[in-house]
Design a binder for this molecule. Structure first.
Ligand SMILES: Nc1ncnc2c1ncn2[C@@H]1O[C@H](COP(=O)(O)OP(=O)(O)OP(=O)(O)O)[C@@H](O)[C@H]1O
Ligand SMILES: [Mg+2]
Length: 216
């Protein structure tokens, strides 16, 4: 069953938590911005945010996560992401929803399961439990996974790669597999978009999912 923070009705204040997921370079940020603009044009209040690094404390954690040059233990990486998320949920996501905004979030709990779980090999079961603690069991109403083969995604990532983007193609294949597995396990919440298509075509697919969801 879908857990809705605040059900939308036409003509009333709206408030949903929608997450954008997928491996680096799949086109999440591009489509998140397109959807934000579409909602704004429809006079639907919305706010965009991202993980890691949407809160002042999160900005500090993001610097470590993406640019720290020493060795980082897999579990340490996991807890840094979870710490960022806990702060984000309490200090940004929930307050924004209370203000009646749709929150469009670039990465959330599924990223941890995909990257640290399927990618790095940390237990998925344990990660689900830790995600639950970090978020106080706060789940997205809708999640869109942008699915594209790992080679294509890599060509879309710029030359300046961060710590995670510098991982090899095998890592990204595991992440892609993880996302598809999660979508299979939670078909009501997680919708998969074919992100191998052009930006316009991917937008059409994303728009259809979001409008279908809002009009339900
Ligand atoms: N469908 C597409 N076809 C071709 N290029 C695309 C497509 N979608 C996005 N791009 C381009 O690929 C690059 C990466 O896109 P974007 O930043 O949206 O990906 P992302 O999933 O947010 O990546 P990251 O996880 O690294 O933040 C950008 O230059 C963007 O213009
Ligand atoms: Mg991005």
């Amino acid at each position: 069953m879908r857990l809705c923070y605040n059900r939308i009705e036409r003509g009333k204040k709206v408030s949903y938590f929608i997450t954008f997921e997928g491996a680096d370079g799949c086109g999440k940020t591009t489509q998140l911005n397109n959807i934000s603009k579409m909602l704004t044009d429809m006079n639907i209040e919305n706010v965009t945010t991202r993980e890691p690094g949407a809160t002042p404390l999160g900005v500090e954690l993001r610097k470590i996560l993406l640019h720290y040059e020493g060795p980082v233990a897999d579990e340490c990486e996991t807890f840094l992401y979870l710490a960022d998320r806990a702060q984000h949920v309490q200090n940004f996501i929930k307050p924004s929803l209370k203000e009646g905004k749709i929150v469009l979030c670039d990465r959330y709990t599924d990223s941890t399961v995909a990257y640290q779980g399927y990618g790095r090999g940390v237990s998925v079961e344990k990660l689900n439990y830790l995600n639950d603690i970090a978020t106080n069991s706060f789940k997205p109403d809708l999640t869109i996974v942008f699915d594209v083969d790992s080679e294509t995604a890599q060509t879309r990532v710029g030359k300046e790669k961060d710590r995670l983007e510098s991982e090899g193609i095998e890592f990204y294949k595991k992440i892609r597999f993880g996302y598809l597995k999660m979508a299979e396990n939670e078909p009501d919440r997680i919708k998969v978009v074919d992100a191998s298509k052009s930006i316009d075509e991917v937008f059409e697919q994303t728009k259809a999912i979001i409008l279908g969801f809002l009009n339900k």
